[in-house]
Every structure is written in structure tokens, then in C-alpha cells.
Design a protein around this ligand. Sequence first.
Ligand code: TRP
Length: 475
Amino acid sequence: MTDCQADGSGNMTAMDLYESLTSQGELVRTLKTEKAVKADIDAAVKLLLKLKADYKQVTGQDYKAGCPPLESTVLEDTGPAAAVDGEDMVDPWNVSTTSAKGVDYDKLIVRFGSSKVDQELVDRIERVSGKKPHRFLRRGIFFSHRDMHQVLDAYEKNKSFYLYTGRGPSSEAMHVGHLIPFIFTKWLQDTFDIPLVIQLTDDEKYLWKDLSLEDCHRYAVENAKDIIACGFDVNKTFIFSDLDYMGASPDFYRNVVKIQKHVTFNQVKGIFGFGDSDCIGKIAFPAIQAAPSFSNSFPQIFKGRKDIQCLIPCAIDQDPYFRMTRDVAPRIGYPKPALLHSTFFPALQGAQTKMSASDANSSIFLTDTPKQIKNKVNKHAFSGGKDTIEEHRKYGGNPDVDVSFMYLTFFLEDDEQLDKIRQDYASGALLTGELKKRLIDTLQPMITAHQERRKQVTEEMVLKFMTPRPLDFNF
Ligand code: TRP
């Protein structure tokens, strides 16, 4: 009745099960509309339910008509892109939660099938690198990973790797949250002394937003200046605009096409939720974000080698792209990229949402003056303090929902100071105004220093960073 094929090992693959389920579903519908005998319908329904249970066991997902599994389905690489888990919703374009503490990241790890950055991994990074782990690792800001242990295993055997990260240049204005992946990537580059490629997806922003191609390209170059101001070494770093590099690099484009051939429309629909009226540029774009994960996309750096391991530091909302990438990689003969995922940087108004570059009061911008920083923090930073000083002294504040405290966990380097602030705030010894002042005193010099470094970035430097060229590494 059903034409179920088994794979060589006698097990049904996810795709076989999916196809069996689809035809079994049709059979049940036909039997019902044709008013077949009840025993036949019951038998068909029973088989359908069994197939559904098998499918869930193999893929970790519920069967959904019209959404086939990724081909080489293994539990680790499945899970829907949009994790709608009670209150939280995360995909590359939306992040929302109704909890003031922000997204429940432990749940996200389970939903996305990634692994937790636990103390053991942090200790191991310290052992292998001989450096004190970055505060983002110590404080669970880079909280999730894929294959980090494998990267370290290889590194210990003198096998190098490279870093890949990126940014979608949707405006000239970058805020402090945008710096998180770059601050961390800079630390990884210094710590492991490895090449770095940074993709500026001006093509993506053109496809998704109401912007002209030239504006997107201009934002890419402007954003590159802020990225360079984070301190990257020009001899170890290649920054590229998709609009420029796609046309200039035959090897990059060959990888894009290879990836495109191995991902179906159904798969990207399942991962990204594209619909019939999305333009075809969007549907093809995930292959362009995937391609830098493979070292032979950069022959000038890796001398054509395709086997250099890639590590991608990024915010967790980018994971769907790289789940797709990891699924395709073995099928086109490349290693899977490893990942380190960060939490989101909260908006000043609270951890319920990601910040918006279009709302000037939702964040601290890299162009803000010391006075603007002070006003924004004092006026807009959501407080976990009590309404009156008396109450606050008596009951204490709640640092877990307090945005000023959250920002300090991102930017205050000293662990002991941070811990003392937390305790004093929770006990009521520290008032909200005082906590805000600590944050203002931390942010003002940090942003001023960034602005000074950015001023030093000349057009020539940008051009050099963005020119395809060999880097200071021998592959
Ligand atoms: N899509 C990302 C954005 O909109 C940009 C990006 C491209 C990226 N490649 C990446 C981010 C790799 C992290 C890692 O911001």
C-alpha cells in the first residue's frame, strides 16, 4: 500500500518517512471521502499515527504537511527556525518575548538543538588558549555553541581554523548592541591568532528593506568603519560587501551555486518561513550567507583549500542560516562550520525586544554624545528599582529586569565590582540613580574612545580591509 523505501541500514530515513506520511495522509483522506468501510479507515489511520511517531523520533519534529525535513536529518540540525515556545519567538527577523527578564535561553538551546556553553567549555577555552576567558564567556552572554569542542580538539593538534561573522547594513547608525559580536570576535582573533572574514550583506538589506542598492552599499562601507574601529588587524582580516565580492570572486559564486543546488524551496520555506509572494532574491539569499562558511570561498586567503574549519560567532537569531549550512556542508564535501551564539542585547526600554536602529531612544548609538548617553540612560533605561526610596531601601531592587544592570554585565569588565553592584542593588543599599550613574560612567568613555578610533579610520584603510588579498597566514 505505501511504497516505503528503507535506506541501506534497514532504517527509514527522515525523507522516506516524510514521503510515506504524505501518501498515507492522502490515502486516509480518500478513504474518508469515499466512505470506505470503517475497519479500512481505522487501519489506515493507525498506520498514519505510527508513521508520525516514527517521524518525530527520527527528526525530533512533528510532521507538517508541505514541510519536508532537511535531507540528512539528524536531531542536532533540525528544529524549526522560528522557535515559538510559549512566550518567546526567535527567527532571523523577529525576536520577541513577554518576559521582562528576556528570552529563555535554556529553552532555546533545547529547541535549536545546540549545546550550552557550560563551565567546562569555558575552562577548556582558558586552558587551550592560555588566556582569561572574555567576560562574554564568563557571564553566559555567548551561551550556546555547536562543535566548539571539535574546534578545540583540532586546535590542540595544531590544526588552525578561521572566524566568520557579519552584519546586515540597514542604516548608517549602529548602536552598542551591534558591537557585541565584533568585540567578541576581536578577542577570539587575538586569542587564537587566526584569519577573520566579515560579510556585509548589503544585498540582503536591499532585498528585505525599502532601500536602494546604492544606499545599502554605502551603509556597508560606513558600517565597515565602525567595525574596523573595534581594533581588527588589517593583515588578518578581510571585510567584504556582497554586492562587490560576489561579482569579483568566481570561487565564492561557485560555492553559492553549489549550495543553491542542494537546498530545495521546501527546505528554505520550512527554515525561514518564506511564502509564495516573497521575491526570489530572498529565497536564494541564504546560500549567500552560507558560502563564507567554506574556506575555498576565499582562495586568496586559503590558497584554494576547502578543509579549513570555520567558527562563526553570531547572535542566536542567525542560527537558522547556519543550521541550513551545516546540513548542506557534508553533501558538498565541506566541513560543517562551528558556532558560538550570543544572547540579544536588550533595548533600553526592557529585555522584551531587540533594539531598533530606527528608534533613537531604544538604544545607545555609537554617535551619541556623553550628554545624550546620560539623558537616555536616566530617562529611558528600564528600572528594576522600587517606586520610592523608602521602599527601595526596605525591599531592594531587582537586577534581573533592570536594563542598566544588564548593560553593565555586557560592559563592566571587573567581576567583583559587578557582583557587588548586584548585591547592593538587590539589598537596597544601591539606589536606581546610583546604578544608572555607574552605567553612564562606563558607557561615556567607551563610546568616546570608539568615536576617536573611528575618526582615525581613513578611506584608504577601508579600501585595504575590503580588497581581496592574501592575509598574514600560511595555508
Ligand atoms: N544576516 C546578518 C544580519 O542581518 C548579517 C550576517 C551575514 C551575519 N553573515 C553573518 C551575522 C555571519 C553573523 C554571522 O545582521
